[in-house]
Design a binder for this molecule. Structure first.
Ligand code: FAD
Length: 395
């Protein structure tokens, strides 16, 4: 069978789906492939038949954005509920609001300070402890943490959680991870304090992506790896590639550093009582637990049932062929990534790298959508005449 397409989009995650939708809406014929058996990439969710709970297969995803343009775009494909994300973190058996706020500070120090007192108090703790450890110019994450909030808050909430996440000591991590004081001197416990828009798609993320790709100009092939079909493509196929660059080049220059995750799932009557609890201490091997039913605030009957669908999130080392979750961004990895970009340019004359994997960046969903909208606009300007220059994909 032969099909005619203007673009090949590799990856049916939110980035690939946005680019495909935009290009298709301008009349281009698009083939979207994904090697997984499902759409939506890492935002994939499905309904557990027994409980009606929408399970986020790759960990909790809360849509939040300050960008009106992105909100206007994405709400064409789904209705969102009014969920507002909050998180508690467990330390020494007690729960504290996260990010650190006035209540977190008062609970930890067993005080009853107001905002002004707490701000002075934390500044004094930070000054005293910086002096104690001789920190003037913080050289790493640990020094930065102590210099911003003092040793007690840093050790309770930042040190162990971060060390578990990255599987290295905080002294090995860059100071830049903590760019500003991670503390609010108010009772505000909203996790995404500055988000103008926030919520969870009422029909789930996968339905949202299905709606985006529902066009006569788009064909989707799941269970299809680019590596297995590239020999069947004509040369110069216009390709938007949303996978890893190191893998695309058969790891010719080495493996880019990534962190991975494992999710251990369980249906239980022993739920969390809220959507997410972080585990700040070293003796708990996972970083957080998710109780997915609490996202369904538009379906109280789902939340009120006794049973919960829980996932515990364990940080893991990345191995070739495994799931890449977080890029380990530092000078060395940036250099290696740039070398891979040059290699891709040599090997594939008409390929654009996109998405979080192709760009080797952590992006929230809104940033992935914004970058995809921008890319689609550039591509449409470059190839104004849709229908010309078509490539042929042979099945
Ligand atoms: C644990 C975790 C929690 C997160 N929570 C939030 C949150 O609450 N809110 C938020 O806004 N963002 C969150 N994010 C970020 C969010 O997951 C990303 O913004 C989003 O998934 C990026 O989409 P993408 O399309 O770039 O990548 P992906 O969703 O990874 O899509 C890439 C797709 O490409 C496919 N692919 C790769 N290589 C090939 C190949 N060779 N052939 C065929 N297909 C291929 C993959 O199978 C995948 O489906 C979270 C991220 C993580 C890791």
């Amino acid at each position: 069978m032969e099909n005619r397409f203007d673009y090949l989009v590799v990856g049916a995650g939110i980035f690939g789906a946005t680019v495909a939708e935009r290009l298709a809406s301008a009349g281009n014929k698009i083939l979207v492939i994904d090697r997984r058996s499902h759409l939506a990439g890492n935002i994939y969710s499905y309904t557990d038949q027994e409980t009606g709970i929408e399970v986020h297969k790759y960990g909790s995803h809360i849509f939040h954005t300050e960008m009106d343009e992105v909100w206007e775009y994405i709400t064409k494909f789904t209705e969102f509920n009014d969920y507002t994300h909050t998180v508690n973190t467990r330390h020494d058996g007690k729960l504290y609001p996260m990010p650190i706020n006035l209540d977190t500070i008062n609970l930890l120090y067993e005080t009853n300070m107001d905002a002004e007192e707490a701000e002075k108090f934390v500044a004094e703790e930070a000054r005293r402890d910086s002096e104690k450890y001789g920190i003037t110019e913080p050289k790493n994450f640990e020094e930065k943490g102590i210099s911003l909030v003092g040793e007690k808050l840093y050790t309770a909430f930042l040190k162990n959680y971060t060390e578990k996440q990255w599987n290295t000591t905080a002294t090995n991590l860059s100071a830049e991870i903590l760019s500003r004081i991670p503390v609010r001197f108010s009772h505000d416990n909203r996790y995404f304090m500055t988000a103008r828009h926030q919520g969870i798609p009422k029909d789930g993320y996968t339905r949202m992506v299905e709606n985006m790709l529902n066009s006569e100009n788009i064909e989707v092939k799941l269970n299809t790896d680019f590596k297995d079909i590239e020999k069947d493509l004509l040369e110069n196929v216009k390709t938007i590639y949303c996978g890893q660059v190191d893998e695309l080049c058969d790891y010719e220059l080495g493996v880019l550093p990534w962190r991975s995750l494992r999710f251990l799932e369980e249906k239980t009557e022993d739920g969390l009582g809220e959507a997410v609890i972080n585990e700040a201490d070293k003796d708990v091997p996972y970083t957080r637990a998710h109780d997915y039913k609490y996202y369904q605030i538009h379906q109280p009957e789902v939340i009120e049932q006794k049973i919960s669908y829980i996932a515990r999130e364990y940080p893991a080392d990345f191995e070739k062929g495994g799931e890449a979750y977080y890029p380990v961004n530092n000078e060395e990895s940036a250099e290696l990534y740039e070398k891979y970009v040059s290699l891709v340019k040599e090997k594939y004359s008409n390929m654009v790298l996109g998405g979080r994997l192709g760009a080797y960046q952590y992006w929230d969903m809104d940033k992935a959508i914004k970058n995809a909208l921008d890319l689609a606009e550039v591509l449409m300007k470059l190839f104004l005449l849709s229908g010309k220059n078509r490539c042929i994909f042979v099945d």
